[in-house]
Design a protein around this ligand. Structure first.
Ligand code: GAL
Length: 678
């Protein structure tokens, strides 16, 4: 049987799109066989057409070193296929079985204190262990050989959330691999010493063998060593991904390989912008944390994922139908949130909407995590919402394959800056890179101006305005790119603690923000971070926290847009903007939070002649995102508020939502409309 619902866009991007895929992680090994038939029946009822299978099945597939059990997987693959459900088959290497860790405890990770991370949870393996790699690749090869020609196989799913629990391993294996990585980067020990500034605190190395991961130290470990260890740790997992992928590609060159990223959320250890080159399509998992910006954060994550995917469609591999089980308090989703969250991902390019997991577990650590089919069964609000979403996704079939329409503005995101800016031994340990970036994004949403969240390195020429929050690490080429962007008419906005160090984490000398000083036309001699108890006011009435500094304007084309009104910097510039030909370079020297940034960005956007494409009455209440493909443009309108919103004057035929007698589109609280515009 063919797969009417197989995600063709994943497998053969050249073929016509066949609709959005819908599904979940499916863990049939947690259930007796009788349940499986019920599962596939209800999956069809809900519109599910793809599942990720085998993610944590290593112990079931290989119960002992020389024993393999495929009967159950054969059976379930067959059953799914019979019902037209495609399989994203996991390589099952995420969680090594007890026989393996008993036989080879040397695969277990070690933390910075030298403590072993024992089995009992999951992902207890060292990314750099040659022993683990050997066993894992043997499993991958065995699975690939067995299922290469299986008609249900739609994609390969490498491991699971690589680095979720084991990104930082300080073991001897890690030390060896770290040295190899450093040798490849620096060639000589002298170059390493120079890069890490080891003249400080008597840290000069005489030989590679002396170099270690930044294990528990008497005080702040060397910052260069810490930053490189972060880069190395991300690369070590990437190498594991590539090792599995290469085997899969050898067996099934026509089956795409992916792994589920965790763009945003709590994890910052993996530079997923770099990883995107290693997969055939980008897949992402997203879980919201409750809070006032939860919805915006979801959009931010989806937006960045879409741009990491180069604007092409991507696969939402996991999110939750309702509560998770791993936050301090696990909040259930409110009516409408399940669909709104899913469709926000679709708005930003997801061509597949999947959940963790299909059937809620009765036992194990995730038994209180929501699922498509909850403990209560199919007669439940969650299942009804799930089935409704399945129907909505079918309505949205024409969207499949559409790429993101670039926005007129962008927020830059840079993992190196995230890692380096939040390091210890800094002016303040309160700085939060991701939060600052998110606040700028919220400011764009508040103004109703579409903005892309893009990884550093994305060409900027199409953007009228680019915000680079806390762009802490600026290499010479990056400084040149930003200068070129501004000189050719772009409007750059950057913030405190940007342009401070180069890629080795060495301070650009001569006054801050060294790498961007001339471009911004300012000079700062000293940072003046604020205590938690301190706030300062600007002369435009905005309140600022966390950071201040004595900004001096050094260029006649740089205007002061706001000054500090009180505190130590009273009377001195807080926000500046230097005109450069048709472009400009603006600087915000303190932390204003989302509301303050909305006011500041409003002015900067107006000066850059950047406008919202939403009617004035709904700006801030509605998020808009656009996808397009030949002959069609799809405008997504997402209600950010808890009130109904009426949007008038937006053209297009509703695929989701409807128009009232007056032609306006009414969005329910948390509602979404999708308009097809040609
Ligand atoms: C992800 C993971 C899933 C499940 C989920 C729960 O991190 O990939 O297996 O644990 O979280 O939210």
């Amino acid at each position: 049987m063919t797969h009417p619902a197989r995600p063709h866009w994943l497998r053969r991007p050249d073929r016509a799109a066949a609709g959005l895929a819908y599904g979940a992680d499916y863990n049939p090994e947690q259930w007796p066989r009788e349940v499986w038939r019920d599962d596939v029946r209800l999956m069809r009822e809900a519109g599910v057409d793809i599942v990720s299978l085998g993610i944590f099945s290593w112990a079931r597939l290989q119960p002992a070193e020389d024993t393999w059990r495929f009967d159950w997987l054969d059976e379930i693959m067959g059953l799914l296929h019979e019902h037209g459900i495609a399989v994203d088959l996991a390589t099952a290497t995420a969680s090594p079985p007890p026989w393996l860790t008993s036989k080879h405890p040397e695969i277990l990770p070690v933390n910075a204190r030298g403590e072993t991370i024992w089995p009992g949870g999951r992902q207890h393996w060292r990314p750099t262990s040659p022993v683990f790699r050997r066993y894992a690749l043997h499993l991958v090869e065995t699975l690939a050989g067995r299922y290469a020609d299986h008609p249900a196989l739609a994609a390969w799913h490498v491991s699971n959330e690589l680095g979720c629990h084991n990104v930082y391993d300080y073991s001897d294996d890690a030390a060896r691999a770290f040295r190899d990585w450093l040798r490849a980067r620096y060639s000589t020990i002298a170059a390493l010493n120079e890069a890490w500034g080891t003249a400080f605190w008597s840290q000069e190395y005489g030989d590679w063998a002396q170099v270690l991961p930044p294990r528990l130290a008497a005080t702040h470990p060397n910052p260069g060593q810490q930053l490189d260890f972060k880069r190395f740790s991300s690369d070590a997992l990437r190498e594991h991904l590539r090792a599995e992928r290469d085997i899969l590609r050898r067996y099934t060159p026509d089956v795409p390989v992916t792994t589920n990223f965790m763009v945003m959320g709590g994890t910052k250890g993996m530079d997923f912008a770099a990883w995107a080159a290693d997969v055939d399509f980008v897949a992402n998992d997203h879980y919201s944390e409750p809070g006032p910006q939860a919805r915006d954060e979801l959009s931010f994550s989806a937006n960045l994922t879409g741009n990491i995917a180069g604007g092409r469609p991507w696969f939402l591999m996991e999110h939750a139908t309702s509560a998770v089980n791993w936050q301090p308090v696990n909040v259930a989703k409110k009516p409408g949130e399940l669909a709104r969250d899913s469709l926000t991902h679709v708005a930003h390019g997801a061509d597949a909407v999947c959940f963790f997991q299909w059937r809620q577990s009765a036992a194990g650590a995730e038994k209180y995590h929501s699922a498509m089919l909850p403990h209560a069964g199919a007669d439940s609000d969650v299942f009804r919402s799930v089935a409704r979403l399945g129907a909505t996704l079918r309505e949205l079939a024409p969207v499949a394959g559409a790429t993101r329409e670039p926005a007129p503005a962008a927020v830059l995101f840079h993992w190196d800056s995230w890692w380096a800016a939040e390091a210890d031994s800094h002016p303040t340990d309160r700085l939060r890179y991701r939060q600052e970036a998110l606040d700028w994004y919220t400011a764009f949403l508040n103004l109703g101006i579409r903005a892309d969240v893009v990884p550093l390195g994305t060409p900027l020429d199409g953007y009228r305005l680019v915000v680079a929050p806390i762009l802490h690490v600026v290499s010479e080429p990056v400084a040149k790119t930003l200068q070129g962007y501004v000189e050719s008419g772009g409007h750059l906005v950057t913030t405190y603690f940007s342009g401070i160090v180069d890629e080795r984490d060495h301070v650009w000398l001569g006054g801050h923000p060294g790498a961007l000083r001339d471009l911004l036309g300012i000079r700062v001699e000293e940072f003046a971070p604020l205590l938690d108890t301190e706030t300062v006011t600007l002369d435009n009435g905005l309140r600022a926290v966390l950071w201040s500094e004595r900004v001096r304007v050094t260029d006649q084309d740089a205007a002061v847009l706001a000054r500090y009104a009180d505190g130590e910097q009273a009377g001195h510039p807080a926000i500046t903007r230097r005109a450069v030909g048709g472009g400009s370079a603006a600087y915000v020297s303190t932390r204003l939070g989302a509301a303050g940034l909305t006011a500041v960005l409003g002015g900067l956007a107006a000066a850059a002649e950047l406008e919202s494409d939403l009617p004035p009455a709904v700006r801030g209440k509605v998020e808009s995102a656009v996808r397009r493909q030949e002959g069609a443009r799809f405008a997504f309108l997402i209600n950010r508020s808890e009130q109904p919103v009426t949007v008038a004057g937006v053209p297009g035929e509703p695929l989701v939502g409807s128009r009232g007698p007056d032609g306006a589109v009414t969005l329910e609280p948390r509602g979404v409309a999708v308009l097809r515009q040609t």
